[in-house]
Design a protein around this ligand. Structure first.
Ligand code: NAD
Length: 361
C-alpha cells in the first residue's frame, strides 16, 4: 500500500531545499523503488500569510494522517514582529506536540570528503559517526511551575521546572537502546545525577533497563564532561541519549563537528513510528532565494524517513551512497566549498544526486 508523505516546505530556503528532496523522492518513485503519495501543506510564516495561523488545523490533520512529514524550515525576519503565538516557530512546536514526537534522532556523520570543512583537527573527527537521541516533549521546557513572579519584596524571580516521569524516561531510553543494538552497541546516557534528582531517576531507570539489553554496553556521563568529550574525542561515542535541555545543547555541538549545518538531517518520532524529518538548520534568510543553499541535509532527512517510517532501509542506504558519490565528484555548495572543488548551486546538487541514484540501479 502507498505511504503518505506530507511535504511542508515552510519559509526562507525551505522551498528551495525541499524541492530537491522531492526530486529525489519522485525519482525513486519513478524507478519503482518506493510507493509514496506526496501531499503538500503550509506551515510557519507561509501558513500565517495565507491563513493568519502558523499551523492551520488542516495542516495538523494532514500531518496526523500521514506516515511521515518532510519539513524544510520555518521563520524569518518578516514574521519576527508578530506576537509569539502567531510566529512561524509555533507551527513547528505545534506539530511536535500534535504528533507526540518525543524522540529526536540527530546523527552526526562526517563524510571523509568534507574533512577539511570541519573546524576540528582531521585526526579528531575522521570517521566520526555518532547519534544523539534527545527527548523532545518533556523536561524543563514544559515543566510546571514556570514563569516570572514578583516577590513581596518587589524583587522578580524566574522559575522553570525540570521534570520527567519514570515512563517518559523509559520510553526514550528504549528507543536509544534499540538504536544502539542496531549500531555499534554502545550507549552513553548523559545526565547530571550528582546534583539533579530528576536525572538521578533518569540514571536509575537506565540501569534498570540495561538488564534487558545485555548486548548493549551502557555507560553514564555527566553533561559537563559530555560537552568536553564531544570536542576532545568525539569518536568514543556511538549513541548518546539525554533529556530535552541537555540534548538541545549537545546536539548542536555535535553538529558542528561535521563541518556544515547544511549536511545534517534529523528525525523526530512518536510511539506509532510516525515521524517528522527535517534538516537541523533553520530557514537561512540571509541566503534565501539565491539558489545556493545546501540541500543535502534535507535529502539525507528523506533517507532517515525511508529508514524509520517507510520501512525501506535499503533505499535509504542508496540515497546516502548517492550523496557520497556526488561529494566524490567534487561538487560543493558554498557552505562546504574547499579549494580545488567545484562550486555549484542547490539545484545542481539535487540533480547530481538524482543522477547518481539512477546509475546505482
Ligand atoms: P539558520 O540555521 O537558518 O542559519 C544559520 C547560518 O547557517 C546562516 O548563515 C545560514 O546561511 C547558514 N545555513 C543554514 N542552512 C544552510 C544550508 N542548508 N546551506 C547553506 N547554509 C546554511 O539559523 P538562524 O539564522 O539562527 O535562523 C534563521 C531563522 O530560522 C530564524 O527565524 C529561526 O527562528 C529559524 N529556525 C528554524 C528552525 C526550523 O525550522 N527547524 C531551526 C532553527 C532556526
Amino acid at each position: 500500500m502507498s505511504k503518505k508523505v506530507l511535504i511542508l516546505a515552510g519559509d526562507g530556503i525551505g522551498p528551495e531545499i525541499v524541492a530537491e528532496a522531492v526530486k529525489v523522492l519522485k525519482a525513486l518513485q519513478s524507478a519503482g523503488a518506493i510507493d509514496v503519495v506526496l501531499e503538500e501543506g503550509l506551515v510557519g510564516g507561509a501558513a500565517y500569510d495565507v491563513w493568519g495561523d502558523p499551523l492551520p488545523a488542516e495542516t495538523l490533520t494532514a500531518a496526523q494522517s500521514a506516515d511521515a512529514v518532510l519539513l524544510g524550515a520555518v521563520g524569518g525576519p518578516k514574521w519576527e514582529p508578530l506576537p509569539i503565538a502567531k510566529r512561524p516557530e509555533k507551527g513547528l512546536l505545534g506539530l511536535r506536540k500534535g504528533l507526540g514526537l518525543f524522540a529526536n534522532l540527530r546523527p552526526a556523520l562526517l563524510y571523509p570528503q568534507l574533512i577539511a570543512a570541519s573546524t576540528l583537527k582531521p585526526e579528531v573527527v575522521s570517521g566520526l559517526d555518532l547519534l544523539i537521541v534527545r527527548e523532545l516533549t518533556g523536561d524543563i521546557y514544559f515543566g510546571q511551575p514556570r514563569g516570572i513572579e514578583t516577590l513581596p519584596s518587589g524583587e522578580r524571580r524566574g522559575i522553570n521546572t525540570m521534570v520527567y516521569t519514570e515512563s517518559e524516561i523509559e520510553r526514550i531510553l528504549r528507543v536509544a537502546f534499540d538504536l544502539a543494538r542496531r549500531r555499534r552497541r554502545r550507549l552513553c546516557s548523559v545526565d547530571k545525577a550528582n546534583v539533579l534528582e530528576c536525572t538521578e531517576l533518569w540514571r536509575e531507570v537506565a540501569n534498570r533497563l540495561a538488564g534487558e539489553y545485555p548486548e548493549v554496553e551502557l555507560t553514564h556521563m555527566y553533561v559537563d564532561n559530555a560537552a568536553m568529550q564531544l570536542v576532545r574525542a568525539p569518536k568514543q561515542f556511538d549513541v548518546m541519549v539525554t533529556g530535552n535541555l541537555f540534548g538541545d545543547i549537545l546536539s548542536d555541538c555535535a553538529a558542528m563537528l561535521t563541518g556544515s549545518i547544511g549536511m545534517l538531517p534529523s528525525a523526530s518520532l512518536n510511539e506509532r513510528g510516525q515521524g517528522m524529518y527535517e534538516p537541523i538548520h533553520g530557514s537561512a534568510p540571509d541566503i534565501a532565494g539565491r539558489g545556493i543553499a545546501n540541500p543535502i541535509a534535507t535529502i539525507l532527512s528523506v533517507a532517515m524517513m525511508l529508514r524509520y517510517s517507510l520501512d525501506a532501509p535499503q533505499v535509504a542506504a542508496r540515497i546516502e551512497t548517492a550523496v557520497s558519490r556526488v561529494l566524490d565528484q567534487g561538487l560543493r555548495t558554498p557552505d562546504i566549498m574547499t579549494p580545488g572543488m567545484r562550486q555549484v548551486g542547490t539545484a545542481e546538487i539535487g540533480d547530481a544526486i538524482v543522477a547518481a541514484l539512477a546509475e546505482d540501479v
